[in-house]
Design a protein around this ligand. Structure first.
Ligand SMILES: [Zn+2]
Length: 67
């Protein structure tokens, strides 16, 4: 029996622990952040507002939950 045991990381941006693969922050290209914050940064760069970011993340999460 093989158990995947990824140690949870703490995201320095939102402070939440996450066990998914981290995203690389575009701000300094060195900090590992949670996938949600990675998505937010990408949307930020496109000039998407916080409100829209929340909506998009909500859609992403609902899609993941369907898998
Ligand atoms: Zn985060």
């Amino acid at each position: 029996m093989k158990e995947q045991n990824r140690e949870p990381s703490i995201c320095p941006v939102c402070g939440q622990s996450f066990s998914a693969y981290p995203a690389l922050s575009r701000l300094d290209n060195a900090t590992l952040i949670c996938p949600d914050c990675g998505t937010r940064e990408a949307l930020d760069m496109m000039g998407i507002s916080r409100d829209e970011q929340d909506k998009i993340l909500g859609i992403i999460h609902s899609k993941y939950n369907q898998l």
